[in-house]
Design a protein around this ligand. Structure first.
Ligand code: SF4
Ligand code: SF4
Length: 469
C-alpha cells in the first residue's frame, strides 16, 4: 500500500483522544463560503458545458431524429448519427470500459479531478449552492438566518430557495426521461396531462433524488454513498497530483497582523480557516489527505487569496505530489500511467475499427409457421417467409432482396424495399420454385439483401424451402 493510502488511514484512524465513537453522528450542516479564483473559474468552465450538454442534447434533432434517444420499446439507441441495435450493445459496454480506463488514467495522473470538476453530484450541488446563496445571502447571513426564529422574511427566503431547487430538480428529471422518450412529445404530454404513468413516475423519482442529493445530502453522497471515493486510492501513487497543505512551510501556524512582518517563530499559515470555510465537504486540508476530499481545489483558491493579502508566495495549499512534498520530483511518465494509456489507446483503436466496419444492414428470416408450402399454378411450389430487415444507417436506404441456392427460384412480387434510417422493416415474402429443382423435401435457400446504392453493403441469411413429400 502506498504512503498516500497510509496517510488516509492514519488520518482517519487516529482519533484525537480515546473515547466512545457514535457511528450515527448527527450531521453538522456545512455553510460554505463563496470564493473566486483560478480553480473556481476552471470548475465553471467544465461545469457549464456539461450542464448545457445535458439539458440541450435531447432537444437537438439530427437527420430528423432526436440526437440522443435510448428507445427501449424499439430496442435501439440513437446516439448522434449512429443507431445501436441489441446486437451492438457490446459496443456500448466497450465504450463504458474505455471511459472507465480514461477515468483511471486521469485519476492516476491528477487525483480526483473527476469528482471536483465534472461529477454530476458536484456540478448539481454547485448550482444548488448558487441558488441558496442567491436567496439567503453569504455564509454569515445564512448562519444568522438559520439561527433566527421563523418569520415572514425567513419563510419567504426559504420558500424561494426550495422553489428554485425544485425547479432545477424537475428540469433534471424531465430531461432525463427525455433521453428515453421523444422529449418534444413528452413536453406536450406532461403539460396536457397525457403523459403515460411510467414517464411521470420516473420524472418524479429523478426530481426527488436530485432535490435530495444536491440540496440536502450534498457531501454525504460523496462521503458515504459513492463507491469511487472508496477505491480511488488504489489508483494513486506517490506521483499523483493531490491537493495538499505544505506543513513544512505553514507550521507552526498562527494568527498575526497583516502589517507585521512574519516572525521567525511562525510558519506561513495564518490560521484564518478560510480553507476550511470554502470546503464543500467541511474538512481541514491541513490535517492531510482525506478520503472526503473531492479535489475541487477551492481551498487552494482560498489560501492563495490569503497569501496574496499577506504578501506571501502562493502555494501553501496546492496541487502537488507526495514525492514533491518530500523534496523530490513528480514523475509524469511512469509505468502505471503508461499502462493505462496503452490499454486505453488499444481499446480505442479496436473500437473505432469495429465501428467503421460494423454491418450497416441486418436481416432475420422466419418461415411462415401455419403452412409448410403452397401449391401454385403450373405445378410450382410457394413458400412464405417473414423477413425483418434493419437499416443501421442514419438515412433511408433501398435494398434488393434475392434468393440463391435453388435453381430457378424467384421472389414473387416487389424485390425492392426502402427502410428508414435506423428503422426495422417487417415484410412477408413469397418465394416460388419448381419441385423438379428440389433435391429433397427440405432444401437450403439463401436470402440476400443488397443496398441498391452500394452493392458492397449486403447481408444474407439461410433458411429452408419445403416441398410435398
Ligand atoms: S480539502 Fe480542498 S480540495 Fe478537498 S474538498 Fe475541501 S476544498 Fe476541495
Ligand atoms: S487558508 Fe491558508 S493560511 Fe488560512 S488557514 Fe488555510 S492554509 Fe492557513
Amino acid at each position: 500500500m502506498s504512503d498516500t493510502r497510509d496517510n488516509v488511514l492514519a488520518v482517519d484512524a487516529a482519533p484525537a483522544e480515546v473515547g466512545e465513537l457514535d457511528l450515527y453522528q448527527k450531521r453538522e450542516k456545512i455553510y460554505t463560503r463563496a470564493i473566486q479564483g483560478r480553480f473556481q473559474r476552471l470548475r465553471t468552465l467544465t461545469g457549464w458545458p456539461l450542464l448545457l450538454g445535458y439539458f440541450c442534447l435531447p432537444w437537438i434533432n439530427l437527420f430528423g431524429q432526436q440526437s440522443v434517444l435510448f428507445d427501449l420499446p424499439a430496442r435501439k439507441f440513437h446516439i448522434l448519427t449512429m443507431t445501436f441495435w441489441p446486437q451492438d450493445f457490446f459496443m456500448l459496454a466497450w465504450l463504458l470500459i474505455i471511459s472507465a480506463f480514461g477515468l483511471f488514467t486521469v485519476t492516476a495522473l491528477a487525483g480526483r479531478v473527476w469528482c471536483g470538476y465534472t461529477c454530476p453530484q458536484t456540478v448539481w450541488t454547485a448550482i444548488f449552492m448558487w441558488i441558496e446563496q442567491f436567496f439567503e445571502g453569504s455564509r454569515n447571513q445564512r448562519i444568522k438566518l438559520d439561527k433566527a426564529p421563523m418569520s415572514f422574511a425567513k419563510f419567504r427566503r426559504k420558500f424561494m430557495k426550495h422553489s428554485g431547487w425544485l425547479f432545477v430538480a424537475f428540469m433534471t428529471g424531465f430531461t432525463f426521461v427525455g433521453y428515453f422518450t421523444p422529449i418534444r412529445d413528452l413536453l406536450g404530454d406532461v403539460f396536457t396531462l397525457q403523459a403515460n404513468s411510467w414517464a411521470l413516475v420516473w420524472i418524479f423519482i429523478f426530481t426527488v433524488l436530485t432535490y435530495l442529493n444536491a440540496g440536502w445530502m450534498r457531501e454525504q453522497v460523496c462521503t458515504y454513498m459513492c463507491p469511487y471515493a472508496r477505491f480511488q486510492s488504489v489508483m494513486f501513487d506517490r506521483d499523483t497530483l493531490i491537493v495538499s497543505y505544505d506543513s513544512q512551510r505553514g507550521e507552526p501556524r498562527g494568527a498575526r497582523k497583516r502589517t507585521r512582518e512574519q516572525t521567525s517563530q511562525l510558519g506561513d499559515c495564518v490560521d484564518c480557516q478560510m480553507c476550511v470555510q470554502v470546503c464543500p465537504t467541511g474538512i481541514d486540508i491541513r490535517d492531510g489527505l482525506q478520503y472526503k476530499c473531492i479535489g475541487c481545489a477551492l481551498c487552494i483558491d482560498a489560501c492563495d487569496s490569503v497569501m496574496d493579502k499577506m504578501g506571501y508566495a502562493r502555494g501553501l495549499v496546492s496541487y502537488t505530489s507526495e514525492n514533491r512534498l518530500e523534496g523530490g520530483q513528480t514523475h509524469i511518465l511512469r509505468p502505471r500511467l503508461i499502462g493505462y494509456v496503452t490499454v486505453m489507446c488499444i481499446m480505442m483503436v479496436a473500437f473505432s475499427y469495429a465501428m467503421l466496419t460494423r454491418d450497416m444492414v441486418d436481416m432475420t428470416i422466419l418461415r411462415e409457421r401455419n403452412q409448410l408450402y403452397m401449391e401454385a399454378p403450373g405445378g410450382l411450389i410457394d413458400n412464405v417467409y417473414k423477413i425483418h430487415l434493419s437499416n443501421l444507417d442514419a438515412d433511408a436506404r433501398s435494398f434488393l432482396l434475392e434468393v440463391t441456392g435453388i435453381d430457378g427460384a424467384e421472389v414473387i412480387g416487389d424485390q425492392r424495399i426502402t427502410v428508414g434510417g435506423g428503422e426495422l422493416a417487417e415484410l412477408t415474402l413469397r418465394v416460388r420454385a419448381n419441385p423438379i429443382d428440389l433435391q429433397a423435401p427440405s432444401t437450403p435457400i439463401v436470402f440476400k439483401a443488397t443496398r441498391v446504392d452500394d452493392a458492397s453493403i449486403s447481408t444474407d441469411h439461410e433458411s429452408r424451402f419445403m416441398k410435398p413429400l
